[in-house]
Design a protein around this ligand. Structure first.
Ligand code: PLP
Length: 427
């Protein structure tokens, strides 16, 4: 089939705007008359720095990112950030504790434990990484943290499965979250791609106080970044792989509050994390190294940054009110699809609870006729024939998933909604 005949609802990598791809294809062969393709230019060149700086500025403008945040382009995907967030924010936690403890005046002969002993005790007794588990990606992030730091350091503040018959599909009430005091991070996944569960707003219990102080909040926004307005100030760190709403697979973006970029291994006076029994990150996952080098510590795929940059330029040109404009459209598209599903409860069953439905990954079962397997096979066959592709749910949960990312035009969502109605009516 031709590209124009297909609306691809796959969960990622996702569709990219065709005009962006065409421009990128030209750049791949000859970048702006340099005779070299963009993937052939040095990552140390001015070209590379310009592309990075423009993409950073455009992202900051589109999302309204304050100046006290740094934007990093990294490699290793969302999965790499499961590890990086834990390594680095434990690094900052230790650096802060150390400062606190060593700020106290001490005499050698006061008979109290040494400052290093106090730091050791703090690490042993107080260091916690909090995870809000609402789907399979946050569960994976928590598991990685336990693998790196030990299960005893990971506090599962809430696990949605425990109050929902062992399945994801709800976000338990915030009053039941068991948050640690002074956690190195509180982690949540803003949109669970596999389970179709999205936080509709920033959790109230994590909101900073009037003095701006609050928990160290980390959010995985891999599958809903650039689709709704966010108050960046509520977060210490936001990360996302490019391959859903931003660009092509190969780069991961980190938006981090500058004062959290802890020098973990590069500062000679920093206590050795290893001495405290804590792991240190591989150098390419260490935020201060990446920040100090404007994301060019080692060879980065500038071509992928370029594609992301072009997507951002297009978005800025399309929506005068920036991400709010995209948010309006995302909501409209999601409503079209959910309304079609809701209007045929005898044929479709939406997987997550109504209050947490994702606008980006719409997960449902086709229950028509009672034989779900047969009905879903038929559904996929008929939708594919109409050019509506990529609708098969994640292999771990089955069912149908329509990923309604930014590159799905309103017409694409309308076409799917119409098909949902037609399929339900035909028996
Ligand atoms: N987080 C979320 C919400 C995702 O949807 C995904 C992948 O689909 C990941 C993390 C993992 O990303 P990656 O494949 O880039 O490691």
């Amino acid at each position: 089939p031709a590209r124009e005949d297909i609306t691809y609802f796959g969960a990622g990598p996702a569709l990219l705007p065709t005009d962006v791809l065409k421009k990128a294809a030209e750049a791949l062969v000859d970048f702006q008359g340099t005779g070299l393709g963009l993937a052939e230019h040095s990552h140390r060149s001015e070209i590379a720095n310009t592309i990075i700086n423009e993409a950073k500025a455009d992202l900051a403008s589109f999302l309204d990112i304050p100046d006290d945040y740094e934007i990093l382009f990294m490699q290793g995907g969302g999965t790499g950030e499961f590890s990086a967030t834990a390594y680095n924010l434990v690094g900052s936690w230790v650096a802060n504790k150390r400062e606190e403890i060593f700020a106290q005046p001490r005499h050698e002969d006061d008979g109290l434990p040494s400052q290093m002993q106090l730091l050791n005790d703090a690490v042993n007794n107080d260091l916690k990484l909090d995870y809000i588990i609402t789907g399979s990606w946050s569960a994976k992030a928590a598991a990685e943290s336990a693998r790196l730091f030990g299960q005893d350091k990971v506090n599962v503040a809430v696990d949605a499965r425990l109050t929902n018959n062992g399945k994801f599909g709800i976000i338990p009430d915030e009053s039941t979250w068991k948050l640690s005091k002074d956690a190195a991070l509180v982690y949540f996944c803003a949109n669970e791609t596999v389970d179709g569960v999205e936080f509709q707003e920033f959790p109230k219990v994590l909101t900073p106080g009037p003095d701006g102080k609050g928990p160290i909040v980390v959010a995985d926004m891999s599958s809903n970044i650039l689709s709704r307005k966010i108050d960046v100030k509520n977060y210490s760190l936001i990360f996302f792989g490019a391959q859903k709403n931003l660009g092509s697979a190969g780069i991961t973006v980190v938006i981090i509050k500058k004062n959290l970029i802890a020098p973990i291994t590069s500062q000679p006076s920093a206590p050795s994390m290893r001495h405290l029994g804590l792991p240190i990150p591989p150098i390419i996952l260490q935020y201060d190294t990446i920040a100090q080098n404007n994301s060019l510590y080692n060879t980065l795929s500038i071509f992928d940054v370029y594609i992301a940059g072009q997507v951002l330029k297009k978005a800025l040109a399309t929506y005068p009110d920036k991400v709010s404009g995209q948010e309006t459209l995302s909501k409209q598209k999601a409503e079209l699809i959910y309304n079609a599903l809701d209007s045929h409860p005898d044929v479709y069953r939406i997987v997550p609870h109504k209050s947490v439905r994702s606008r980006m990954n719409i997960c449902f079962r086709v229950t028509k006729g009672g034989d779900i397997d047969a009905a879903e096979k038929d559904f996929l066959k008929q939708s594919t024939a109409l050019g509506l592709t990529g609708l098969k749910g994640h292999r771990s949960v089955g069912g149908i998933r329509a990923s309604n990312y930014n590159s799905i035009a309103l017409e694409g969502a309308q076409k799917l909604a119409q098909f949902l109605v037609d399929f339900a009516k035909a028996s």
